[in-house]
Design a protein around this ligand. Structure first.
Ligand SMILES: C[S@@+](CC[C@H](N)C(=O)[O-])C[C@H]1O[C@@H](n2cnc3c(N)ncnc32)[C@H](O)[C@@H]1O
Length: 239
């Protein structure tokens, strides 16, 4: 059994993701968690609660929404919504939400949460690339919490195309990404399962599509460590 991800014992989770290749050749950015074949995200959820699924709303995302830069109640897409914490928060704030995730188990959990809170939103079980190919919809606001930092490693160009398809001039895009200011050892990489990215890379990559509203230091929570990890809280606007 491969034991790629170690989280504290009390969370009783054993993750055995075949096909995950951990490349630690670049010391500044050691966390190259790269799928060498089709990556089974659902496996994380089937085996328990994944490290990123803390059940807590990310404070940096909340403060961006509370800052009222994003037009109230606008059409919003969450990419890789997981078990739905941020999507439900947005629905409570009367944004017109569509939340997409490729994991059936994560989507079940998001739907259960929505039912328990009596919240109505569109929760879609689909690969985001297929979803975007099938739907011609454009959104005023698109966001991901911990998706860009994974996808950029293997499918950056495809992600650019996707973001372009789902936005229109004036749309906002937000991502919360692990920061390379965390100095991870290869063991940390295995344990925390958090890809990291530099501020300059974010600027160069996403700044090619969007105007930067802000890229500022923030935090991202994980069940794998008590204190949150350093992150970049990034808001963009399409010109
Ligand atoms: C790091 S997790 C973050 C989940 C959630 N945003 C959170 O913070 O709890 C990335 C999520 O993206 C989903 N995902 C990965 N690839 C996807 C794809 N191609 N289409 C849709 N969802 C995807 C995974 O199932 C997982 O729930």
């Amino acid at each position: 059994m491969n034991d790629y991800i170690k989280v504290p014992e009390e969370f009783k989770i054993e993750l055995t993701l075949e096909g995950l290749e951990i490349n630690t050749t670049n010391s500044k950015e050691p966390s190259i968690l790269k799928p060498s074949k089709e990556f089974d995200w659902d496996d994380f959820y089937r085996q328990g609660t994944p490290p990123w699924d803390t059940g807590l709303l990310e404070p940096d995302f909340k403060s961006v929404i509370n800052s009222n830069i994003i037009p109230p109640h606008c059409s919003t897409l969450e990419i890789g919504c997981g078990s739905g914490i941020e999507a439900l928060f947005m629905t409570q704030h009367r944004f017109e939400m569509t939340a997409v995730d490729c994991s059936a188990m994560a989507i079940d959990r998001a739907r259960i949460r929505a039912r328990e809170k009596n919240l109505f939103l569109r929760i879609v079980h689909e690969d985001i690339f297929k979803f975007v190919n099938q739907s011609r919809q454009k959104f005023d606001f698109v966001y991901d919490i911990g998706f860009y930092h994974f996808i950029r490693r293997s499918f950056l160009q495809q992600y650019f195309n996707l973001l372009w398809r789902v936005t229109k001039p004036g749309s906002y895009y937000y991502t919360l990404a692990g920061s390379n200011e965390e100095e991870f050892t290869p063991e940390d990489v295995r344990q925390y399962f958090l890809p990291t990215v530099g501020q300059e890379d974010i600027f160069n990559e996403l700044g090619a599509l969007f105007e930067v509203v802000e890229i500022r230091p923030g935090t991202i929570y994980s069940r794998a460590r008590k204190e949150p990890f350093k992150a970049w809280s990034c808001l963009f606007r399409r010109p």
